[in-house]
Write a protein that binds this ligand. Sequence first.
Ligand code: VGL
Ligand code: ZN
Length: 190
Amino acid sequence: MHPNDALQPGDALIVVDVQRDFCPGGRLPIEHGDAVIPVLNDWVAAAAAKGVPVYASRDWHPVAHPSFDGEGGPWPVHCVQDTEGAAFHPDLRLPPEVIVVTKGTRFDHDQNSAFDETGLAKHLHEKGVHRLWVGGLAQDVCVKATVLDGRKAGFAVQVIRDATRPVTESGGEEALKLMVEAGAELVAAA
Ligand code: VGL
Ligand code: ZN
């Protein structure tokens, strides 16, 4: 689906966690994670041209975060606040009017979803948004959690499949299945 034809008033584009640490060379690298960037750049450009709001979530952990393996969590240290690795990937072309959604800052639990205690659902409802186009990283972690929460919050959700990559292949397959079961639609990028 071409982004120019797909995007409509009432839509929002949600770019999930396209940060250096999740791309090759980063601290929690996802295989071909950077392959999502050119795809998302096309969607971002189309959204900006059509007045569709663009949201970029970021994983933004304190130095000691419960998701880190040294703290009993499942992941290596990644996306530490204000580090290079936590920055959006430099090739991602976000528009000046992008709205950044910061998550993963809590000391008591991780926030994989961009909706988890961020107030994003209320904000989007108030803006009249009813359909979300979602891409980013990782397909089986934060994209999945964001899509499932988006559905729970009552949004129609279109997952731009080629704009996502999983941490593990099997996790990705499972995530795609769960997202479809939850009523999300998978769309090809272009
Ligand atoms: C993520 C692992 C740990 C993600 C965040 O953004 O998908 N994955 N923290
Ligand atoms: Zn994280």
